[in-house]
Design a protein around this ligand. Structure first.
Ligand code: ADP
Ligand code: MG
Length: 236
């Protein structure tokens, strides 16, 4: 069965920076992402990409508008509901990896499953499987400080997939990586997409965005353009 994973209408985000001032960052975003799509959101620094990502990822609520994530309405959800929805439905990948220090790659991948109450044996088996998928089996026992940036990001992708999320949400995942390593990360995304994963990639790289199925351009808190991407064929 396929349907929209993301359905947003009229999303507005305002920050209150002391009365009577308020700052409107997102000015009415409409966004629908279907199951199995690989969508890029591009825009210059300050255009509102991370603000939008935080709302897509249920880390933050919109000031106005409606947002259904995999059929669950987010806008009115309480904090506790929101974190539950987030843990079950979304896998996050960040520019800065956000791995837990002094903790092996394997344990990092197991952690979201621990929080979700998955039994230890299953956690270990799935974490190993995920590390193998990202080519990190040999480094499973290494801690983040012993890994390169690209290796850390591969572990972070494995961790993001731990609880079989409906959506993989990546904010500038290659922002801290060199081009060869970025390529490896994009190849993993393409592979996941081919297997049916829905991915939203936030990037300021037009080149990487061009490899996605659809590219949306954000400027000053509004979508100003939408185009079709070349898909994987753009990746040589
Ligand atoms: P991008 O990720 O595209 O660089 P952001 O979403 O981080 O953009 O930021 C968009 C705008 O929102 C910027 O002008 C930023 O200063 C502002 N902004 C972000 N977070 C806050 C906040 N908590 N309070 C006030 N302004 C904010
Ligand atoms: Mg940002």
């Amino acid at each position: 069965m396929s349907g929209p994973i993301i359905e947003m209408q009229g999303i507005v985000k305002r920050y209150y920076i002391g009365k009577p001032n308020e700052l409107e960052i997102l000015h009415g975003i409409d966004l629908t992402v279907q199951e199995g799509e690989f969508v890029a959101i591009v825009g210059e620094s300050g255009s509102g990409k991370s603000t939008l990502m935080n709302i897509i990822g249920a880390l933050d609520r919109p000031t106005e508008g409606t947002y259904a994530l995999d059929g669950t309405e987010i806008a009115g959800a309480r904090d506790k509901e929101l974190s539950g929805i987030r843990n079950r439905k979304i896998g996050f990948v960040f520019q800065t990896f956000n791995l837990i220090g002094r903790t092996s790659a394997l344990k990092n991948v197991e952690l979201p499953m621990l929080y979700a109450g998955v039994p230890a044996r299953q956690r270990g088996a799935r974490a190993k499987e995920l590390l193998e998928m990202v080519g990190m089996t040999e480094r499973a026992k290494h801690e983040p400080s012993e890994l390169s940036g690209g290796q850390k990001q591969r572990v972070a992708i494995a961790r993001a997939l731990a609880n079989r999320p409906a959506l993989l949400l990546a904010d500038e995942p290659t922002g801290a990586l060199d081009s060869a390593t970025s390529r490896t990360v994009m190849d993993i995304f393409h592979r996941l997409h081919a297997e049916g994963m829905t991915i939203v990639l936030i990037t300021h790289s037009q080149e990487l965005a061009g490899e996605c199925g659809r590219i949306l351009t954000l400027r000053d808190g509004q979508f100003i353009a939408e185009r079709k991407g070349a898909g994987r064929s753009a990746a040589v």
